[in-house]
Design a protein around this ligand. Structure first.
Ligand code: IPM
Ligand code: MN
Length: 356
C-alpha cells in the first residue's frame, strides 16, 4: 500500500486534483498499484478554516506519506492577509518542511500542439527540456524586511544567499538527470553581477569534474530568457536557482502551448511533492473549464519517481497525448476552425481515463 496525501488548495485546485485522483484510480485498477488517499487542507482554504495556511496536521501527514499531490494555492481573496499568513506560505512551508530541494519542470512539446505555441512550429517541434530549479534556498528563503525607515524613506529588502552544499546538491541531481538524457547541462546565473551567482558557477564547475560525460555550458539568465524563445531546442537540462527557475519555467511553459499542461516534481530527501506549475486561477475556479492535464501529468511523475511505477506513468502520459491527438481541447488550448472538440475538466478526465 502506498499513501498519497492530496492537497487540493484553492481556486481550481479542487477540480484539478479531483481529476488527477480519478486518473490515478484508473491506473491503479489496471496496474495494481494499491494506492490510498488522504485529503488535507492548505492555502487560503486552510487560512479560512484554521487561521493558518499550513496546519501542522497537514505537514505531518505529508511527512508520513509516500508522496504528495498538490493542486494550487492563492487568490485575490487573501490579498490583504499578513505576509506570513498568505496562502503561498503553504507551498513555501511544504517545500521547506519536506526539504524539497529540487524542482523538476519538464517541457516536452506534444506534436499535436505545436500550432498552439506563440512561437513558430519549426522552433518548438521536438523541444524536450527540463528545468531543474533549486527550491529551498536563495532569495525566497533569505532574510527579509517588509518595511523600515532609512534616510527618511520607507524601504523593504530581501536577501539572496546560497551555500556551497546547497549548490552542490542541486547540481549533482542536474548532472545525474542530464546523464540519462542527452548529456547536456546548461547552468543559468547572473555571475556578471551577483556574488551568489559567482559562487554558484564556481561550485557547478567543481562538480562538473566528476561528470566528464556531460557537456556543460553557462548562460546568464537574461540571455537564457532570450535563447528559450530564439532556439529552445538547444536545451536538454537547465539548472538554476530558485528565483531564476521560477521565472524561466513560466516562460518555457508557453513553448508547449499552455501553462495548463505543465507538470512538476519537487524532490525531497524523503517524501516528494508533485504539482502543476500553474496557479489557482481564481477567475475560472468552479466553472469546470480548467485544464487538468498539468496535474494529471504531475500524478504520472509521482508514479515514476516516488512509486517507481514506470509503466503506469507512461500509460498516463500516452493517454494524455492520445486525447490531444484525437482533437479534444480544454478552453486554454482550444481554437476555432480546426475541428477540435471543446471539453471541460470532467470530460477531459474521462477521455484520458478511457485511453489508459
Ligand atoms: C511556483 C509558484 C510559487 C513560486 C508561488 C505560488 C509561491 O509561482 O511554484 O512556481 O513562486 O515558487
Ligand atoms: Mn512560478
Amino acid at each position: 500500500m502506498s499513501k498519497i496525501v492530496v492537497i487540493p488548495g484553492d481556486g481550481i485546485g479542487k477540480e484539478i486534483t479531483e481529476s488527477a485522483v480519478e486518473v490515478l484510480k484508473k491506473a491503479d485498477a489496471k496496474f495494481n498499484l494499491n494506492l490510498e488517499y488522504e485529503f488535507k487542507d492548505a492555502g487560503g482554504t486552510a487560512y479560512d478554516k484554521f487561521g493558518m495556511p499550513l496546519p501542522e496536521e497537514t505537514l505531518n501527514a505529508c511527512k508520513n506519506a509516500d508522496a504528495v499531490l498538490f493542486g494550487a494555492v492563492g487568490g485575490n481573496k487573501w490579498d490583504n492577509v499578513k505576509a506570513e499568513l498568505r496562502p503561498e506560505k503553504a507551498i513555501l512551508g511544504l517545500r521547506k518542511g519536506l526539504n524539497l530541494y529540487a524542482n523538476l519542470r519538464p517541457v516536452k512539446v506534444i506534436d499535436s500542439l505545436v500550432d498552439n505555441s506563440p512561437l513558430k512550429p519549426q522552433l518548438v517541434k521536438g523541444v524536450d527540456l527540463v528545468i531543474v530549479r533549486e527550491l529551498v534556498g536563495g532569495i525566497y528563503f533569505g532574510d527579509r524586511c517588509e518595511s523600515e525607515i532609512k534616510n527618511n524613506s520607507e524601504r523593504a529588502w530581501d536577501l539572496e544567499n546560497y551555500s556551497v552544499p546547497e549548490v552542490e546538491r542541486i547540481t549533482k541531481l542536474a548532472f545525474e538527470t542530464a546523464k540519462i538524457r542527452r548529456g547536456k547541462l546548461t547552468s543559468v546565473d547572473k555571475a556578471n553581477v551577483l556574488a551568489t551567482s559567482r559562487l554558484w558557477r564556481r561550485t557547478v564547475n567543481k562538480i562538473a569534474e566528476n561528470f566528464s560525460d556531460v557537456e556543460l555550458n553557462h548562460l546568464y539568465v537574461d540571455n537564457c530568457a532570450m535563447q528559450l524563445c530564439v532556439n529552445p531546442k538547444q536545451f536538454d537540462v537547465i539548472v538554476t536557482g530558485n528565483l531564476f527557475g521560477d521565472i524561466l519555467s513560466d516562460e518555457a511553459a508557453v513553448i508547449g502551448g499552455s501553462i495548463g499542461l505543465m507538470p512538476s516534481a519537487s524532490i525531497g530527501e524523503l517524501t516528494s511533492l508533485y504539482e502543476p506549475i500553474h496557479g489557482s486561477a481564481p477567475d475560472i475556479a468552479g466553472k469546470g473549464i480548467a485544464n487538468p492535464m498539468g496535474t494529471i501529468l504531475s500524478a504520472a511523475m509521482l508514479l515514476r519517481y516516488s512509486l517507481h511505477a514506470e509503466k503506469a506513468a507512461q500509460s498516463i502520459e500516452s493517454a494524455v497525448e492520445k486525447t490531444l491527438a484525437d482533437g479534444f481541447r480544454t478552453a486554454d488550448i482550444y481554437s476555432d476552425g480546426f475541428n477540435f472538440k471543446k471539453i471541460g475538466t470532467v470530460e477531459a478526465t474521462q477521455e484520458i481515463c478511457k485511453r489508459i
